[in-house]
Design a protein around this ligand. Structure first.
Ligand code: UT7
Length: 331
């Protein structure tokens, strides 16, 4: 039964946006030595969306944010905080959050970026849950956005088939009537940082002709190693948030996992003993959109009415850092 009276952070509205241009597996067959058959069977991806040359992450983020604000019935001027989870910001600084704040017209909101790669959105939910529950923030916009195709090496077939661009957003606020975030956990393992990274452009390897020549400004990934850790990590953190909220996999209405690889999703569901009918999958349309993947999937689940009032949802992600996190919530 919903526990009434306790203030929880509740998702008041969701929104998402993906750029118009689509890159299909057939298109990739013309760019690198790959096949639609390999990509489909090894990853589940059929196509992904690609930002236009003049589209930056804040442009995608604003589109998703406007839709989430509209769904929540909240005006931009009512926001007191804007958090943008991204590893592909418009610029190192100012933050993409500040660009979004300006474009939305939310002068009273503080804004910043959060860097936790594919786990960025669930890291954001964990952080903001605390702020909303304690009254530190009342109307919060959380966006997961990436333009990963801008840092994708289209000569590396091991990574270039995987990633796409997009944005997903939610508006959070306090609620004492039952629904809201029930539990959340996050975790990190920095010793595996080099498994999934962009080596160049920071203070370790500032941009030089050499770093460009050595392709250090692209995303690098040891996919196989990440894969194994990700499946185990997503299972463990999902079990953790269920335990915290006194839930079992049977109690979950829908699991919305990070969309990185269909084999990772089915393996995680399998280990949790959850049938695939209770798992949301849209990887075939978007590929891996990193921090945008969970909020895009959540928005699609909500708008297609796969999520109904009272449903218990699990959100779970794993990514560079390495990082992982999960959220259990009552809709
Ligand atoms: O967002 C969170 C972080 N990211 C992830 O979680 C991604 C996790 N990893 C993965 O999804 C998978 O590891 C990949 C899809 C990246 C790779 O799949 P895999 O089954 O682990 O393949 P592999 O890297 O072990 O490569 C197997 C073979 C290799 O050929 P050989 O050495 O066996 O002859 C690769 O060269 O597949 C080859 N290969 C390809 N062949 C055709 C790798 N990429 C491609 C490709 N097309 N695009």
């Amino acid at each position: 039964m919903p526990e009434q009276g306790r203030t929880r952070a509740r998702i008041l509205g969701t929104g998402c946006y993906v750029p118009e241009k689509i890159l299909t597996n057939a298109d990739l067959e013309r760019i690198v030595e790959t096949t639609d058959e390999w990509i489909t069977t090894r990853t589940g991806i059929k196509e992904r969306h690609v930002a236009a040359p003049d589209q930056a992450s804040s442009d995608l983020a604003c589109e998703a944010a406007v839709r989430a604000l509209d769904a929540a019935g909240v005006k931009a001027t009512e926001l007191d905080l804007i958090v943008v989870a991204t590893v592909t910001p418009d610029t190192f600084f100012p933050s993409t959050g500040c660009r979004v704040q300006d474009r939305l017209g939310a002068p009273q909101a503080a804004a910043f970026d959060l860097s936790a790669a594919c786990s960025g959105f669930v890291f954001g939910l964990h952080l903001l849950r605390g702020m909303v529950e304690t009254g530190v923030a009342k109307r919060v916009l959380l966006v997961g956005v990436e333009t990963l195709t801008k840092i994708t090496d289209y000569t590396d077939r091991g990574t270039c088939v995987l990633f796409g661009d997009g944005a997903g957003a939610v508006v959070l606020g306090p609620d004492s009537s039952g629904p809201g975030i029930l539990s959340s956990r996050i975790g990190s393992a920095g010793q595996y940082g080099d498994m999934l990274c962009m080596p160049g452009g920071g203070s370790r390897h500032p941009a030089t002709c050499e770093t460009v020549k050595n392709r250090l400004h692209y995303l690098h990934m040891k996919g196989n190693e990440v894969f194994k850790l990700a499946v185990r990590g997503m299972e463990e953190v999902s079990r953790g948030v269920m335990e915290d909220a006194n839930l079992t996999p049977d109690d979950m209405t829908l699991l919305i996992p990070h969309q990185a690889n269909i084999r990772m999703i089915t393996a995680t569901a399998d280990r949790l003993g959850m049938p695939m009918e209770k798992v949301f999958v849209n990887i075939h349309k978007y590929g891996n959109t990193s921090s945008a993947s969970v909020p895009i999937a959540l928005d699609e689940a909500v708008r297609s009415r796969r999520v109904k009032s009272g449903d218990i949802l699990g959100l779970v992600a794993f990514g560079g850092g390495l990082t992982w996190g999960a959220t259990a919530l009552r809709w």
